[in-house]
Structure formats: C-alpha cells, structure tokens
Design a binder for this molecule. Structure first.
Ligand code: BGC
Length: 838
C-alpha cells in the first residue's frame, strides 16, 4: 500500500515549491461585510453541523455550567490551508468567545483562563506554504485540574481540531488522521471525571473515529463541526445551546478504519494511482461489499427532535416521483430532515452498487407537531450506467439494463427502506457516445467488479480494465475548425459588439496573431497590476493593443471559502460544511450574497466551487470539496454557481478532473476506467454544468490516463463541449507542464492546450528551471506553431479568442464597463482599483 504515511514528505514535489503562492497581504482596510452575508455564513455553518451521537446531553440546558477543554477552543480552525482558505477575514470567532458571547451557558472561568494564558505563551506555529500545521500541541493538564473542573461544571466539552490543505495532505499519523497521545489523555481524564462529555470536531476532513467505540457511553455527544469560516464557532455555539438545530448529514461514509476505504491501497502514489475500486467509491463500496466496516453511514446525522418520514413513490415510463411527508413528532425541539432516495439497479452485465443516491430534499425547520410534504423526482434515464467494455452489446453507451429496479427512501443510506420497484423488460440505450479518456493499453490494471458467491451474496471480483481503442490522431484530424479571414481593420471595438453594432466574428477577424495569442493566456503573474490588488491573475485585456480595442482585463480570485484579495472579505464555511447542509436553496442564497461581495470588491471570476470527489479521506483539499457522491457534489456546486452568477459575475468550478490527492499533484497520473470517470468523477461537473451553466471551468493539474487535463482534448472537447454542450471559457489551474502533442510534433505547450480548447493559460508565464523564477516574457509556442503548416490552425486560435470574448460580453459587470468606457472615451479599464503595468 502506498500512502502518505509510508512517505514522510509527500506533499510538495520537486520544483513545486517554486510554484507556491504567497499568502495574500492587505492593502485595502475597509472592514465592512454585508450583515446578511454574515448571517447566512452563521446559518449555513450550523445547518452543516453533523450530530453523530447524543444521549440527550445536547442541547445544553440554559444556564448549564460548561468546562471547555482543548486548545482549539481558542486556536480554532476556521478553514483549511492554501488558495481555498487564504482569505483576509476581518475576524474569526473561536468557540470560547462564541459560547461566552451567546450567554446561554456559563463557561468555567478558571479553566478558560488557564487555556488563554497557555495559548498566548505557546502560540501555534503558522508554518509555511505546504508545511502548515495539521494540529496544534495540546496544553498539558493534570488529572487533578480536570477533577477540580468537574466539581464546578455540569458538562465538559472537548474541542479537537485538524487542518490540511493545498499541497498538504492528511497523513496516517497522530495529529492528522489519528488522535495524538495528548488528546487521548485529555479524553481519558475528562471522561473519567465528568458524567457528560461532548466532543466537538473542528476538522476539514473525516478523521479516525474508531476511538468513539472505546469510550462508549462515556462520550455523551459528538458534533462534527467542520470548518465553518469566520462565523463557524458562533454557529457551533448556537447548535450546542439549541439556538439552532444541527442540520448536517454526512456527505461521506465514516469507516471503522482507514484500511477499510477501497481507495486505500491506491492512494498517495507519487507517479500514478490506479483507481482500482472503480465505481465503488464511498457508500457504493460499503453498502455493496462491506456494510460492517461502517461506523457512520453516508447521509447520517441526528437532530434534537424525532422526525418521521413516510414516503411513497409513483413510477411511470420515464420518471420516478416520491412524495415524502416529514413530521416532527417530538415535543421539545424543532428539527429538519433530509429525505434521501436511493436506487438499486439490477446487477446485469455491468454490475451495480447496492445503493446509488438518486435524489434528495431537505424539509424546512419544523416545530414539534408540524409536518411538510416534499416532492422529489428523477428521470429513470439518470440511473443509466456507462458500458465501457461492450459487455451489454453497447460499448460506449449509457444503458439501463433489464431487470428490477428497487427504490428506497430514508434518512441515510443504511436507514432507507424500499418504497417501490419497477421492472424494465429489456435493455434501454439511453445515450450512445464515443469512447473518450479510456485507460492506455500501456497501463492496464485490474478493476473491482461485483461478483456473487454461491449464496448470492455480493463479493468483490476483479477484471481487466477496458483500454482505449480509438485513434486520437484520427479523431483530431476529423475535426475542422472554420477560419475567419483576417481583415486587418481596426474599426470595430468590443463596445460596438456589446451594443449590437457589429458582430463578434467581425471583431475577431480583425485581431492580429499577437492579439489572438494574448487572449489565450493570463498576465503572467498573480496579483497582476491590471487587476484588483491581491488577485489570483488577470486575463482578457492584458495588452495595450487589446485594451485599445475595448477588451477589459478580467480579474480572477480564489475561492472557494471566500474572496482572496488584498482586502477584507467574508470567510465562508468550507465546502464540506456547505455540502453537509444538503440545503441547496440556502447554499444558493449564501452564494448570491458572495457574488454581490465580488462585485463590491472588484472581481469578475471566482475560482470556485471545488468539486473533486472525496475519493479518500486523506486528500488535503477535501475541506474545499463536497462529497464522495457525484449527485451531492453536482447539486451543491450548481447552487454555488447559480448564486454567484446571479450577481453578474462568473463562477469557475474546479478542478476538472480527478484531482483527488495533493501528493505530487502536478505530475500524478489518475488512471481510471472510462466508466468510473464518467459515472463518478465527471458526473458532478456534468450535473452542475447542466443546471447552472457556469461561465468558466478550471482544469486540474494531474494527468488522466496519461494526458494532462490541460492538454486533454477528449476531456475538454469531446466530453465537455461536444457531449455536454459547454460553451464557456476553460482555464488552466495555475501554471502548466510543458509537453509536445504525441500525435502532432508541431503542436506543443500553448498550441497543444488551445487545440484541446483549454482556452486560457493561468496565470501565464512559464517556470524557468534554470533561473528558478517565472519567465513572463517567453516567446509563445502558440505563434511558432501557428506559423508551421502542420501546427495549430488560425481557426483554432480564433475559436479560443471568441470564447474568451464571449465571457466578457456575458458578464454584465464587464460589458457595462466596456460600453461606459467607450462612451466616456476614458482611458480604458484603468479604474482606481487597477494599476497600469509599468
Ligand atoms: C489551486 C487552484 C487555485 C489557483 C489560484 C492553484 O494552486 O490549485 O485551486 O484556484 O491556485 O490560486
């Protein structure tokens, strides 16, 4: 097994330190944050909090005396590390202050004073890029001090925290996936002295929880708080004291041990990982093959009241509809429930997981005695599987195999009970596609399949993964891209196009090769002087020539947990917390206010949401991502995109695709069957794109079956554009690897990328391994290739230019600026926030 535990320095690859980003300083000191955004941060952090265990200790009774243990009560982890966490929040609550501020309970002063003093004397080491602390050392505490606290307080709360991040994987070590000895001693001492111990887990990813069984009833309640952003600790205080109910449900299975995860034998490889578990990711594996390995099932979470769900289903030829009546039958507390509908499709030739999430909906907060009816529906076609081997006789098609389809409903994957079934008498071909991104014949591996033993029980079987058959060269040669005859005119401005006085084709036809080339890359640096200070990079109007024609610079900023600028901005709950709400309307409202904040701060493209599948709990960026399940991932992402784009700016889902680990992320090859790629790793993107139409999309660093995502024409053209109809702008993740197209030697680097319709190289500028810096002036290989008869064609480059310009025209924030600038004849696009390049 290769895992980061075996490999002590896995996170940064050789040369990757040079690609590291600096943390963002502050030049704008305006601290105003929209109060509604603040309130939504607090509400959604509470709604994402998952109550895993409760013997009635929670919610804390008003006036309870609380002893708060663990230094994380002060040094609270509000978010993970890297671009997805580096937000200049004007403040961030910790749990000690939040509980005191809430005023519902009394926090033991002696203990709090000891922690406050000790934490001030032993401040946490902030670490450096990629080497941030995964945990903080605990304050040593004598048993006597704990026993003394137990004489003064009714309930103990132990707060434990973890963080990981970009280029910083979680590891199978104490202080990361496992508790430290000091944390165990703390739990031992506290559970021996107190009758009621509540554990709060302030973590961005799933950690080992096997110890919960060892403590048994000595731990009364367990709250998975995630990292809730600047209001996260206040949200947890609200949940602990019953001001809010814990609304979260797990979006990942929590297994008994790390080794139980099906990805474990193939995670953390430096050069490649075989996704041998295939489609059996998360609960799809556990419910099919290993139900006893589950500590907490996917979809699980408790509330403070008892909610009943009565569901019925109606099935016609095309669709399944479910009506679920949710009733709060408790007497004391309000509560909300997530109704989850799963399907078990027939095994057939392809083999299917015991459960697949087909739909979900969350009730509103119901008072005791209240009920609500939820209506869920999903097309039968959405249950189809992709035949990548031809086993059903329909290679490269989505098919519904003949047989019985069982429909289940309930409040988690394990609790869901059968409510209906329907039978297809014969196989249906839902969509005939063509092979794309299949594993290379040179890298075969065995993938997991469903087998049955003599008693009909599901057992793991293995088969050779189907490898690619199509010729990439022929596929590319068959594509013709029309060329616009270059006019050489300078008469048409982009404002003319925005106002309808000229067509976009007329504008593109007058662009020189240099103009066209400049539209395919960013301004070469982060914090570009052409954008709002602290930006992640700028593209679009990056040259004077383009700006003179009315093309504005487009500012990009991270994402996902807040806007990363040299200015204060709201720090939102992390992705895992948001997804755990299962509350798409709430996430959308939050994102809409976030979009408005983007407009106020002067940014156009938010590098968010992070959508990679939680393939393995050790992935350092799981806090940014949503779930092990593609439907949850896709629908939560769609809510983020729709909300952000309501404000007239763009969202940029990332990282497309299979960026499932941080270890050697720039060079790693994710080797995955075409079926698993489509059904698990691309599915969320497909759902998000269909529902919310993001204006932009970011590729991943890694390779997929041997081809870097940013050069991967089958990923970014065949699937993304030809099958899914995506018309937006595709940008790279920050910096790329140089490479020559294996099928077209005259096409390399930028030409290779533009041919794949990965439109913009961000932030632009190649890393120079000799000087150790970025070469921001390197001659473009795109122009070289354009000059060669067998190189990239003018039509291909114009196509990309067109796509980028369409983005400008689609964003009201930019198109209005273009028109205004043209009318006022002002110096184009040099608003006060922007600085002209020297
Ligand atoms: C990350 C992206 C991020 C970009 C810009 C990269 O290192 O992988 O998620 O958006 O930097 O900061």
């Amino acid at each position: 097994m290769t895992s980061p535990a075996d490999n002590p320095t896995p996170s940064l690859s050789a040369g990757e330190e040079q690609l590291a980003q600096a943390s963002t300083g502050l030049v704008d000191t305006e601290t105003y944050i929209d109060p509604e955004l603040v309130a939504l941060c607090r509400e959604s952090a509470a709604d994402g909090t998952v109550l895993l265990r409760n013997d009635g200790t929670l919610p804390l009774r008003g006036g309870s005396r609380i002893a708060l243990f663990g230094r994380v009560q002060i040094d609270y982890f509000s978010v993970g590390y890297g671009s997805g966490g580096d937000v200049n929040a004007p403040y961030s609550w910790n749990l000690l202050d939040a509980l005191r501020d809430g005023g519902q309970v009394t926090v033991d002063g002696d203990l709090a004073a000891s922690y406050t003093r000790w934490c001030a004397e032993n401040p946490p080491d902030e670490g450096t890029w990629g080497n941030w602390p995964r945990y903080f050392e605990e304050m040593p505490l004598e048993g006597e001090a704990v026993r003394a606290a137990a004489t003064r307080a009714d309930v103990a709360i132990v707060v434990l925290g973890r963080a990981a991040g970009e280029a910083r994987e979680n590891t199978l070590t104490q202080g990361s996936y496992y508790l430290t000895d000091a944390e165990k001693s703390l739990l031992d001492a506290v559970t021996s002295a107190f009758t009621h111990t509540v554990v709060v887990l302030d973590c961005g990813n799933v950690i080992d929880l096997a110890w919960l069984d060892q403590y048994g009833e000595a731990i009364s309640s367990v709250l998975y708080a995630w990292q809730g952003g600047m209001e996260g600790a206040r949200a947890i205080a609200d949940v602990l004291t019953g001001v809010q109910v814990p609304g979260g449900r797990l979006t990942d299975t929590i297994a008994r041990s790390y080794a139980d995860y099906p990805s474990a034998p193939n995670f953390g490889g430096l050069e490649h990982n075989d996704y041998a578990e295939d489609i059996y990711v998360g609960y799809r594996y556990f419910e099919t093959f290993a139900p006893n390995a589950v500590l907490f099932p996917f979809g699980f979470g408790l509330g403070y009241s008892r909610l009943d769900v009565v569901a019925t289903a109606y099935v016609n030829d095309e669709e399944v509809t479910v009506t679920a009546r949710v009733s709060n039958v408790g007497t004391e507390h309000p509560g909300a429930e997530v109704v989850q509908v799963y399907v078990q499709a027939p095994d057939g030739e392809l083999g299917m997981p015991a459960r697949t999430l087909a739909s979900f909906a969350k009730s509103r907060r119901l008072d005791p005695g209240e009920s609500e009816s939820l209506h869920l529906a999903f097309p039968i076609a959405s249950l189809a599987s992709y035949d990548d081997s031809g086993a059903t006789g329909h290679r490269s098609a989505y098919v519904l195999e003949a047989g019985e389809y069982k429909v289940f409903a309930g409040t988690d994957v394990r609790a869901a009970t059968q409510i209906a079934s329907f039978t297809l008498s014969e196989l249906r071909v839902v969509e005939q596609l063509t092979e794309a991104c299949a594993p290379a014949a040179a890298h075969p591996f065995q993938r997991m399949i469903l087998d049955r033993d003599d008693a009909g029980r599901a057992v793991v079987g293995w088969q050779d993964v189907p490898t690619r058959e199509v010729s990439r060269r022929e596929r590319l040669q068959a594509r013709t891209v029309p060329v616009l005859e270059q006019t050489g005119s300078q008469a048409v401005t982009l404002a003319d196009v925005a106002e309808g006085a000229a067509t976009l084709d007329e504008f593109v036809a007058q662009l020189s090769h240099e103009d066209l080339e400049a539209l395919t890359r960013g301004d070469a640096v982060m914090d570009s002087p052409l954008g709002t200070p602290g930006n992640a990079g700028v593209f679009g109007g990056i040259t004077a020539s383009l700006r003179a024609k009315g093309v504005p610079p487009i500012t990009t900023t991270d994402g996902p947990s807040g806007i990363r600028l040299a200015a204060y901005a709201a720090l939102l709950p992390c992705g895992a917390a948001l997804a755990s709400t299962w509350n798409t309307p709430l996430v959308r409202r939050l994102a809409a206010h976030h979009g408005e904040e983007m407009v106020r701060k002067g940014t156009h493209v938010l590098l968010s949401p992070g959508m990679n599948i939680h393939r393995d709990p050790l992935c350092g960026r799981n806090f940014e991502y949503f779930s092990e399940d593609p439907l949850v991932t896709g629908l939560i992402a769609a809510a983020v995109v729709a909300g952000v784009q309501e404000a007239g700016v763009a969202a940029c889902p990332k990282h497309f695709a299979c960026n499932n680990q941080e270890t050697n992320r720039n060079l790693n090859d994710s080797r995955v069957s075409e079926r698993a790629l489509r059904e698990i790793y691309l599915r969320g993107f497909q759902i998000c794109l269909a529902q919310a139409r993001p204006h932009t999309l970011m590729t991943s660093y890694n390779k997929i079956n041997g081809a870097w995502s940013h050069y991967n024409d089958e990923l970014c053209t065949t699937i993304l554009r030809e099958e899914w109809g995506f018309e937006g702008t595709v940008i790279t993740d920050w910096w790329m690897q140089r490479a020559v197209d294996p099928d077209f030697p005259a096409v390399a680097d930028d030409a290779y990328r533009v041919r794949a319709q990965v439109d913009v190289f961000m932030p632009g500028g190649w890393f120079d391994h000799v000087s150790g810096g970025f070469d921001t002036t390197a001659a473009s290989s795109l122009l070289d290739s354009l000059a060669r008869p067998d190189g990239i064609t003018l039509g291909e480059v114009q196509r990309t230019a067109r796509t980028v310009l369409q983005l400008v025209l689609a964003l009201p924030a930019l198109s209005e600026e273009i028109i205004r600038n043209s009318r006022e004849r002002s110096l184009p696009f040099m608003s006060s926030a922007r600085r002209e390049r020297p």
